[in-house]
Design a protein around this ligand. Structure first.
Ligand code: HSE
Length: 311
């Protein structure tokens, strides 16, 4: 007998990881979205409720990315199954934490499970990518892939939704500080130049390659050095209040590297071991406190599970 309802939690993600604009992302613990689907007897998707979004998201199935992603899957499978959809946002919108990705991933994975898992998580990446195209204007997979698959993911080919899961060092901790204001990915992308020069490109390719090598060799020194962003951070950091001060505080207090999480405004920092992450997090938070800005702080190791059914 088929399940009466399926609930899936999909985690938040740190896209770009400093050195891999649009091609690197990692999943974290403690923050993400929950989608519950209940089969209905119509052949339609109906968004029954959305909570935690401050009434900002639409229930229109032609505009809501959870419905759009599930519909893309149903069309692919030639399925007429209808679902009532309940979306519980458990993370801030437009935060640089892959909020839209977590929603569409949770919905897609739930629908796929209900239908008997016809597709693998890897195969679902391209359907979640369609949600990103609507939400952000571009179909990048650096949030959806790690949210689905977990771990640290290299998105080798965004068009083909081709991904490579990279090794996750056991002692790696991630701090994410989310200052309380929204920055839309589409606006943050407008701040980027259309072209970069060869010298900048070469420096960045070197960092991206070194990052991958550092993960394979568990080399934290090289990892720290590789997470330097010559492509997006210089153009986006002015959109994030106190960015330089927060980064300085992180690096002086146990953080190994620090940059913008996804398109911002969240800022992430990596550390070796939890106690160093906690120290860096406190220092980063204190900058916002001093400037009377509210923040959320997440300290986590890398979430290697990705989207998971909640029983
Ligand atoms: N790679 C994307 C960007 C992530 O930096 O614009 C945002 O979701």
């Amino acid at each position: 007998m088929k399940a009466k309802k399926i609930s899936v939690f999909a985690p938040a993600t740190v896209a770009n990881i400093g050195c891999g604009f649009d091609i690197l992302g990692m999943a974290i613990h403690g923050v993400g979205d929950l989608v519950t689907i209940v089969p209905n007897t119509s052949d339609k998707l109906i968004i029954k409720s959305i909570s935690g979004d401050g009434k900002k998201l639409t229930k229109n199935i032609n505009e809501n990315i959870v419905a759009i992603s599930i519909q893309a899957l149903l069309n692919h499978l030639n399925s007429k199954q209808g679902f009532d959809i309940y979306l519980k946002k458990q993370m801030p919108l437009s935060s640089g934490l892959g909020s839209s990705a977590a929603s569409s991933v949770a919905g897609l994975y739930a629908a796929n499970l209900f239908l008997g898992s016809p597709l693998s998580k890897q195969e679902l990446v391209s359907f979640a990518m369609e949600g990103e195209r609507i939400a952000c204007g571009t179909a990048h997979t650096d949030n959806v892939a790690p949210s689905l698959l977990g771990g640290i993911v290299l998105c080798r080919n965004n068009e083909m939704a081709e991904t490579i899961s990279l090794p996750v060092p056991k002692q790696l901790y991630v701090v994410v500080v989310h200052p309380h204001y929204e920055l839309k990915t589409s606006d943050s992308r407008k701040a980027l130049p259309k072209k970069i020069d060869l010298k900048t490109g070469a420096r960045q390719w070197s960092n991206t390659a070194s990052f991958v090598h550092a993960l394979h060799t568990n080399n934290f020194e090289l990892l720290a050095d590789s997470i330097t962003d010559f492509v997006a951070e210089p153009h986006r950091k002015s959109l994030i209040p106190h960015f330089d001060e927060v980064k300085g505080a992180a690096l002086l207090n146990g953080g190994l590297a620090c940059s913008i999480s996804g398109s911002g405004p969240s800022i992430f920092c990596i550390a070796k071991r939890k106690k160093n992450a906690q120290k860096a997090a406190a220092a980063m938070k204190s900058i916002y406190k001093k400037n009377k800005m509210g923040v959320d702080v997440y300290i986590s190791n890398v979430n290697t599970k990705g989207a998971q059914q909640i029983k």
